[in-house]
Every structure is written in structure tokens, then in C-alpha cells.
Design a binder for this molecule. Structure first.
Ligand code: HEC
Ligand code: HEC
Length: 429
């Protein structure tokens, strides 16, 4: 089923404010802008060092209510992680998941672990090359995302193709461009590592390690990688000195003049939704043969129409899932937490620094290759911002205040293969 622009609830509607809502609001924008400007003049006159929830959403008090003012979920500290009912947390499960995260035997040729592409031992949880490498013989066409705070996303991957961490991880282990793992082979391998057999029994009560349980364990481990000691959160909690005055100015711009809050909102600083911001195509997207092979292979697998497959001059993002022209070039809004550790930025890593990202937004986002289809789907929220250099630096300082402790998990010692005489024919087969 393809969601029509007027259909009520599709999986893509899990967002606080849809573009359709925004279109309706367009008529009222003039009034709203006046109200916003008024609000800021008012707030600016009250110089106070106390944390304030200054936002474009601040409703004017008294007088006639301004009906159409957009309301975005305010920034806030992250709530505790909620674990799925069918995969509850336990310390032992997270510990087992950590071993599996680092274990290259969970890939076809034993070469590639999750940690290869999401390095935990340098605290980035995402490789620093613009686009990721792939399983030997392949290369990926997107930037490897960070594992920080993945517990809070409603959909995983840049195009939202996975609806849970468990489903994402299954794709990561078995997918041709990542782990290329045969699941029955995985069970045989795990069964011949007696320490794993013991741990699976302890955590899941089975006599034989099951692949589905390995997924549960590795997903549980990732749900523990959550921002800690974030200066901006401390500021919101009342510690006025937790962030610099430049970062405070950046926060005001973020929620006001620069209106980043329209998409980067709520505790995750992401609306969990999809937008085309016009990020330029990566320099070698069209010319790197290995990249074209993997991207075309994926598009073919997803049933992308022949003309798009043949053209293949840009990453079409969400379109690849929905096949709606209006979704071309849309990607999931990433969280803006922990960006200090996760450069480069955007789905294809085209920007190396936060300064470059802010300059991109200051120019009103990108011109998506001059491609008509991609230009049409570009988000109308993005307009030139006319921010001075000092204001742009303030936005960067604000984003830096969203960086907490760097979480480093060292490579653990992995249990060894040993032929295990007790093994019986079991598993999922
Ligand atoms: C060969 C490199 C590679 C390997 C191996 C790999 N990943 Fe990834 N991972 C990526 C890339 C690239 C993306 C972005 C994919 C996309 O959007 O199409 C990604 C996306 C993700 C995401 C989504 C994050 C988000 O914000 O939506 C998670 C979670 C993740 N990987 C975890 C893992 C885990 C766990 C493993 C091991 C089971 C793993 N990955 C193995 C490269 C890799
Ligand atoms: C219309 C919605 C929208 C608005 C408004 C918006 N962003 Fe974004 N932002 C996105 C999306 C979508 C992406 C991912 C784009 C891609 O990869 O193609 C993104 C990516 C980013 C990234 C890269 C993060 C990463 O992990 O790669 C940064 C940094 C960022 N935005 C900062 C800002 C700032 C600062 C503002 C305000 C000046 C802003 N954004 C306004 C939707 C938006």
C-alpha cells in the first residue's frame, strides 16, 4: 500500500508535525513570524541568565491567541530507555551482546564485526570516512551512522528502512554489503565456542545458541549506549553555568531565527521524520564502480522502477522504500547529540565540520544537483537564514554543548573455538 497525501495513519505519520500540516500553516506564516519576532524582542529585553525554554513555539501570553503558531516538542534530557517487551534488559544479555558486537566470526568470512564499521573503541561508534566500506568485495554508498542513542529512533537507517534495532541488526549481519552471514552457519559457529554456548544458556535458557537470540543480545547492548553528562541537559536542568554564553546564543538561534527546531526537536533532537535538505551528491557516487554496483543491486532488490535504476545519479533515500516521487532525496533527521565524535556529517558524509553544515543551512540548504525531481521534494522550510559569522559560530557552540562524555568500550577478549563434544543437532534448523 502506498500512503496517499491525504491518508490518515501510515507508518510515516509517526511525527509530531507533517509537511501537510506545515502547508496548511503557510497562510498564517506572516502572522506567526510577527508573533515570533515580538516574542524575541520581549525575551531579549529581559536579560536573565536562567535557563529558559526559549523557542519559536513560545505562545504569547494574554491577548488573542495566535492559532497557527507551530509547536515543536522542546529539547529536553533523554528519558530512560524503554526496552521492548519481547526483549527486556538484563546485565548478562548486554554483556553477551557486547561480545557479539565485537566478534568478526558473525560475518561470512570472519572478517567484519559491527565494531569494524561502528568503532566503539574510539568512542565514535561510526567510521570517520564519508561513506562506509562494505563486506570484502563491496563498498557501501552511505555514511555509517553512530550507535549513540539509537534506542530512541522510531526507524533505523538513513532511509528508515528498519522499524526496530533488532530488524536493523539482522540486516547488518546477513546483508550482502555488511556481514554477509548465513544464519545457520552462525549457529554452528556459536555452538562450537563453549563459552558462548554457556552464556546463551544462562541468558536465554536454550541448549543451543540461536541466531534470533544473538540479535536480541546485540540489540540490548546498543540500547545501553546513551548520552551521559551532557552540558546542555545540565543547563536545562537549571545549571546556568553548564554552557557558554555563545552556546546559549546558539540555542536561541536554533529555536528562533535559524528554526532548526522545526526538524531537530524533542529529547533526541530529531523529529524521527524524513526531509530533503538538498545535500549534494557525493563526489564519486556516479563514478565509483563498486559503489554503483552495490547501490544498483539494492535498488533492484527494492523494486525501484527501471528508469530510476538506469539513471542512478543520486541517492533517493526514502523513495527507495515508498516509491513516492515526493519522497525523493528525503533522509531521516539525525539526532544532533554527540556530533563532536561522529564527523563527517550527512547521509553521504559530504561535510567534514559542523561549520560547513551551518554554512549549508545558512544558504538555505542545497541545490539538489539541479535535478527537477529532487528540487521539487526539497523542504520549503529551508530558506536562506542571513546569519552573520558570529551567529553561525554560536550555532556550532550550541551543538557542541550537546556532546556528553565520550563513551569508549574497549575490544573485549573473545571466547575461543573449541570443538564441543556435547553439541546436538539443534538451533533454528
Ligand atoms: C560494512 C560496514 C557495516 C557493518 C559491518 C555494520 N554496519 Fe551498521 N551501518 C553501516 C552503514 C553504512 C549504515 C547506514 C545504512 C543506511 O542508512 O543505509 C549503518 C547503520 C546502522 C544502524 C542504524 C543507525 C541509525 O541511526 O539509524 C545501526 C543501529 C547499526 N548500523 C548497527 C550495526 C550493528 C549492530 C552491526 C553488527 C550486527 C552493524 N551495524 C554492522 C555500516 C555497517
Ligand atoms: C527541514 C528539516 C530540517 C531543518 C529545518 C534542519 N535540519 Fe538538520 N538535518 C535534517 C535532515 C533530514 C538531515 C539529514 C540530511 C541528509 O543526510 O541528507 C539533517 C542533518 C543535519 C546535521 C548532520 C548530522 C549528522 O549526524 O550527520 C546537522 C549537524 C544538522 N542537520 C544541523 C542543523 C542545524 C544547525 C539546523 C538549523 C540551521 C538544521 N539542521 C535545520 C533536517 C533538518
Amino acid at each position: 500500500m502506498t500512503p496517499s497525501p491525504t491518508s490518515p495513519k501510515t507508518p510515516w505519520d509517526q511525527k509530531p508535525l507533517t509537511q501537510r500540516d506545515l502547508a496548511i500553516l503557510v497562510g498564517a506564516v506572516g502572522v506567526v513570524l510577527l508573533a515570533i519576532v515580538g516574542t524575541f524582542v520581549l525575551l531579549a529585553s529581559k536579560t536573565t541568565d536562567k535557563p529558559t525554554q526559549v523557542a519559536a513555539t513560545t505562545a504569547p501570553t494574554g491577548g488573542t491567541p495566535v492559532a497557527a503558531e507551530p509547536e515543536y516538542p522542546p529539547l529536553a534530557a533523554l528519558p530512560p530507555v524503554s526496552f521492548p517487551l519481547d526483549n527486556p534488559y538484563s546485565d548478562a544479555k548486554a554483556e553477551l551482546g557486547k561480545l557479539l558486537y565485537f566478534d568478526p566470526r558473525m560475518s561470512g568470512d570472519g572478517s567484519t564485526s559491527c565494531n569494524s564499521c561502528h568503532p566503539a573503541n574510539d568512542g565514535s561508534w561510526a567510521i570517520g570516512s564519508p561513506m562506509s566500506f562494505g563486506y570484502p568485495g563491496t563498498t557501501h554508498w552511505r555514511n555509517s551512522q553512530t550507535v549513540y542513542n539509537v534506542a530512541y529512533y522510531l526507524r533505523l537507517n538513513w532511509d528508515g528502512s528498519a522499524t526496530s534495532i533488532e530488524k536493523q541488526n539482522n540486516g547488518a549481519w546477513t546483508g550482502t554489503v555488511a556481514g554477509n552471514l548465513d544464519t545457520a552457519m552462525a549457529e554452528e559457529r556459536l555452538a562450537q565456542i563453549p563459552e558462548y554456548a554457556r552464556l546463551f544458556k544462562e541468558v536465554f535458557g536454550t541448549d543451543y545458541p540461536l541466531y534470533g537470540d544473538a540479535i536480541k543480545a546485540v540489540a540490548t547492548f546498543q540500547r545501553t549506549i546513551v548520552s551521559q553528562n551532557v552540558p546542555f541537559d545540565a543547563y536545562l536542568n537549571g545549571d546556568a553555568n553548564a554552557i557558554s554564553s555563545e552556546a546559549k546564543q546558539g540555542y536561541e538561534l536554533f529555536t528562533g531565527k535559524a528554526n532548526c527546531i522545526a526538524c531537530h526537536n524533542g529529547p533526541l533532537v530529531s523529529d524521527n521524520s524524513f526531509h530533503n535538505t538538498g545535500v549534494p551528491t557525493a563526489p564519486d557516487f556516479q563514478t565509483n564502480a563498486l559503489r554503483q554496483i552495490t547501490v544498483r543491486w539494492q535498488y533492484w532488490n527494492r523494486g525501484v522502477p527501471e528508469d530510476e535504476y538506469a539513471a542512478m545519479n543520486a541517492d533517493l533515500g526514502l523513495y527507495y522504500i515508498t516509491k513516492l516521487d515526493s519522497d525523493k532525496g528525503k533522509f531521516r533527521t539525525p539526532s544532533l547529540r554527540e556530533l563532536c565524535y561522529t564527523a563527517p556529517y550527512m547521509h553521504n558524509g559530504v561535510f567534514t565540520t559542523l561549520e560547513e553544515v551551518v554554512a549549508f543551512y545558512n544558504a538555505g540548504g542545497g541545490d539538489p544537483n539541479g535535478s527537477a525531481a529532487l528540487t521539487t521534494s526539497k523542504d520549503p522550510l529551508l530558506q536562506p537564514l542571513n546569519l552573520g559569522e558570529q551567529e553561525q559560530a554560536a550555532l556550532v557552540a550550541f551543538m557542541q554543548s550537546l556532546c556528553g562524555d565520550k563513551i569508549i568500550v574497549e575490544q573485549p577478549e573473545l571466547p575461543e573455538y573449541e570443538v564441543w563434544p556435547g553439541v546436538t543437532l539443534g538451533g533454528s534448523r
